[in-house]
Ligand binder design. Structure first.
Ligand code: HAM
Length: 414
């Protein structure tokens, strides 16, 4: 029996890679315009890194990590997200010492042992961006505007921005206590997971998808009403900056995020087109994370975009690359001329295909059609003898005569 891929791990086939490259190139353009540089970090890290950053009591760390012991008896984990590894690298290489403000982006595969469904996979891909060293709410707004600019760049206007603030270690404990007091009387209405979260991570009960929990937590106290003065001012300024650039957003006071490192601003870009997998991109501020990982006390903020979800949102659009020209040949004698012309045109940046197998003219023309070639030409003895041929624009059937030199043919094809 043939071996298949692991459940939840997908091949990205040639028919789809054009779409992926389109997304990745747009992200690089937009991020680099904002002064971000690419960083590439390993896809596997010491397990401890994720426990310490994402949090022991999160679904990711509790249930979803690909963790195993390597041959040297070390516990290692395939990265479930990118922020932890990038911050580990920032600390390890003291990148903050070269420039107190770092702006980094990354892309690549992440791994979470979740139940696969449309838009949710066990190996998935993120494009992420992180800024460290700036507390100012201006940078929160810049990061959010950059994320929105990426979606405009690829022509998607659907995902809408939701923002919230999760406060800081100064104001969150009092909020947590208020939430616990509220939940205490409703414990019997919560699902088993949320009853456990009541002890380990009560904020997570607010975004539990189980209908009974959503009902039971209606009217729960909101973090936004419990922010300390500084966090309240910060959130107000972020909104002010967003308003000043006309960025549209809504406030979602129930957004809590599934990773423990967040402080203050958090956000998600959500869509209604992907069923329960509504977040296409998400992120927030993590002012305590770098010191928690053993680095200096510098703040950070960032996001990650789910490439599979963006690819789904792009729908039926055609990203395939069609050849500019298909060269058909009447017989084996013309194949040298065709090969020379193809090589010359490729040097000039023209995409050319030709017959490789000595097929009949009819089958060569069928292939030209199937590949969606813009132009075709048939080379026979007459064409070689005269050094000229007719190039057919496939869509209309119009013919254009040109000499059989790469330069002359390019004039027509451009
Ligand atoms: P996250 O919300 O866990 O945040 O993931 C970000 C995005 O990755 C999601 O909005 C979604 O588009 C995509 N994603 C997550 N899990 C899956 C999956 N199983 N299958 C397909 N796509 C998925 C983070 O990962 C944070 N590191 C973001 C961040 C960066 N915060 C600050 N900086």
């Amino acid at each position: 029996m043939a071996i298949t891929a692991i459940k939840g791990f997908n091949d990205i086939l040639p028919e789809n890679t054009g779409r992926w490259q389109y997304i990745e190139q747009a992200a690089r353009r937009v991020f680099e315009l904002n002064g971000f540089s690419e960083i590439r970090v390993p896809i596997m890290e010491k397990t401890e890194l994720f426990c310490r950053s994402i949090g022991d009591a999160t679904d990711i760390v509790e249930k979803e990590m690909y963790t195993f012991t390597d041959k040297g008896d070390n516990s290692v984990t395939l990265r479930p997200e990118g922020t932890a590894g990038v911050m580990r690298a920032l600390i390890e290489h003291k990148l903050y010492a070269q420039d107190p403000v770092t702006k980094l982006y990354y892309l690549g595969p992440m791994f979470r042992y979740e139940r696969p469904q449309k838009g949710r996979y066990r190996q998935f891909h993120q494009i992420g961006a992180e800024v460290t060293g700036v507390n100012d709410p201006l940078v929160d707004a810049q990061v959010l505007n950059m994320l929105c600019a990426f979606f405009s760049e690829i022509g998607l206007h659907e995902p809408t921005l939701q923002i919230n603030s999760l406060g800081c270690p100064e104001c969150r404990p009092a909020y947590r206590a208020a939430l616990l007091a509220f939940l205490e009387g409703r414990l019997d209405q919560l699902c088993a997971d949320c009853r456990r979260r009541f002890v380990t991570n009560p904020l997570r009960t607010l975004d539990c998808k189980v209908p009974g929990c959503a009902e039971a937590t209606q009217g729960a106290p909101a973090m936004l009403d419990h922010l300390c003065g500084n966090c309240g001012d910060h959130f107000g300024s972020v909104r002010h900056y967003l308003d000043s650039t006309g960025t549209r957003y809504s406030i979602n006071p129930r957004m809590v995020r599934g990773l423990d490192y967040y402080t203050r601003t958090t956000f998600e870009l959500v869509t209604s087109q992907l069923g329960s997998q509504s977040a296409v991109a998400a992120g927030g501020r993590y002012d305590g994370l770098i010191s928690q990982l053993g680095g200096p006390a510098i703040p950070g903020i960032g996001f990650a975009i789910g490439i599979e979800r963006v690819a789904l949102l792009l729908g039926e659009r055609d990203f395939s690359r069609r050849p500019d020209l298909f060269i058909a040949t009447m017989g084996s004698g013309e194949r040298f001329a065709a090969f020379g012309l193809m090589t010359g045109l490729q040097k000039l940046g023209v995409r050319v295909e030709m017959d490789y197998e000595g097929k009949s003219l009819k089958s060569q023309m069928r292939r030209a059609d199937k590949l969606g070639a813009r132009y075709s030409v048939v080379l026979g003895e007459n064409e070689i003898a005269s050094g000229k041929a007719s190039f057919k624009l496939m869509e209309t059937g119009e013919q254009f005569e040109a000499a059989l030199t790469a330069e002359a043919v390019r004039q027509i094809i451009r």
